[in-house]
Design a protein around this ligand. Structure first.
Ligand code: NDP
Length: 355
């Protein structure tokens, strides 16, 4: 079977592509420029003709009636994993995120209706950003939507916080996907599956020359764990459950393979408790736990990472976020890597790069 992966050069997507190839699928990856494609062709050279790249310059082209950005790219594929979407927290205008997120998502579904005759399943990478509302203290599940972020942007426009702009882009894109899917059901042979991971961390295999080029979440990890003091804000940001990027990649494969994933949105969160005896102090809820895990590793990473900070005493906690991950366990049966494995492998990756 052949899978189309959009935004194939991203942090998450490169692992998604790799996992599909490892499991024997053929993959067509979309990128925005030929040079980004060249890196991937080199990276996946061993898979020969099972991997190919196509350039889709502007994923928002779906605005134009009857012409979709992915019309050509979807031809001949059996499934689609749509990951391309802007992820940064310092957007100036809300439309720079919401436009590509919504139009890119609806656009690829529309192209699948129009020219994806063989498509049987589409999975869309949404996010916990479209599930949990900042400041709300409860266990969130797939029944929840982050309408608060959308309201922030609705009320404050471009003055809304950057996090709200990003969360609104993911919420609106996912809602638009479900709406389009429901409306198209009588005309289509595929079904939709949506994955909602929280912050995704782990080693990187995409094209990054220096820490500044890391994607938003891996850079937060880097700054929290390895750059003393720079990221105190991140330590207290609410909603910081996590998943290992390799587990998120596996979830993408399972979401296409498991019949029961059709028509479902599924939270993908490792979500272990570091202090199970004191759930209210579960440090998974802030990035502080990452530092604790790194410091507790044996053997110690200190010789190879001499600047590893020992902690941030006095950093205040904010409201917790917890996710109910039972649906993912039931439908996908995904096994999560431990936070020790995530931490050790990420440190090893950065060490290899000399960071
Ligand atoms: P990256 O920034 O590494 O990758 C984003 C991908 O989307 C890149 O291929 C990028 O292309 C593409 N993209 C971004 N903006 C546009 C645009 N306007 N038009 C076309 N393509 C675009 O991010 P991640 O790998 O972290 O994120 C991948 C997906 O996972 C996103 O949908 C994100 O919302 C979601 N996600 C990520 C989480 C995380 O913690 N990392 C958590 C939950 C969800 P280019 O390289 O050319 O810019």
């Amino acid at each position: 079977d052949k899978v189309l992966v959009s935004g194939a050069n991203g942090f998450v997507a490169t692992w998604v592509v790799r996992r599909f190839l490892e499991k024997g699928y053929a993959v067509r990856g979309t990128v925005r420029s030929a040079d980004k494609g060249k890196f991937l062709e080199d990276l996946f050279q061993q898979y020969g003709e099972r991997f190919e790249v196509v350039v889709v310059e502007d994923i928002t082209k779906a605005r134009i009636l009857f012409e979709g950005a992915f019309d050509e790219a979807v031809k001949g594929v059996d499934a689609i994993a749509h990951t391309a979407s802007p992820f940064y927290l310092n957007a100036v205008s809300h439309d720079e995120l919401i436009g590509p997120a919504v139009n890119g998502t609806v656009g690829i579904l529309r192209s699948a209706v129009k020219s994806g005759q063989n498509v049987k399943r589409i999975d869309v990478t949404s996010s916990c950003a479209s599930v949990s509302e900042v400041g709300v203290d409860k266990v969130f599940s797939e029944l929840d939507w982050n309408d608060l972020a959308v309201r922030d942007v609705w009320e404050q426009g471009d003055n809304a916080p950057g996090l709200s702009k990003y969360c609104a882009s993911k919420t609106l894109a996912e809602k638009a996907a479900w709406e389009f899917y429901e409306k198209s059901r009588s005309d289509i042979k595929w079904d939709l599956s949506v994955l909602n991971p929280p912050f995704v961390f782990g080693p990187a295999i995409h094209d990054i020359k220096n820490p500044d080029a890391l994607n938003t979440s891996a850079r937060m990890w880097y700054e929290t764990v390895l750059v003393d003091g720079k990221s105190k804000d991140f330590l207290t940001v609410q909603g910081l459950a996590y998943a290992d990027v390799r587990d998120v990649a596996e979830a993408h494969v399972l979401a296409l393979e498991k019949e029961a994933a059709g028509g479902e949105r599924i939270i993908i969160s490792a979500g272990e408790s570091l202090y199970p005896a004191f759930p209210r102090l579960n440090t998974n809820r802030s990035l502080r736990f990452l530092l604790d895990v790194a410091n507790a590793l044996s053997p110690s990473p200190i010789p190879s990472h001499p600047s590893l900070p020992v902690g941030y005493p006095g950093v205040p906690w904010k409201a917790p976020v917890e996710y109910d991950t039972s649906k993912g366990a039931r439908i996908l049966g995904l096994k999560y890597r431990t936070k020790e494995e995530l931490t050790r492998d990420t440190l090893a990756d950065f060490e290899k790069r000399g960071w």
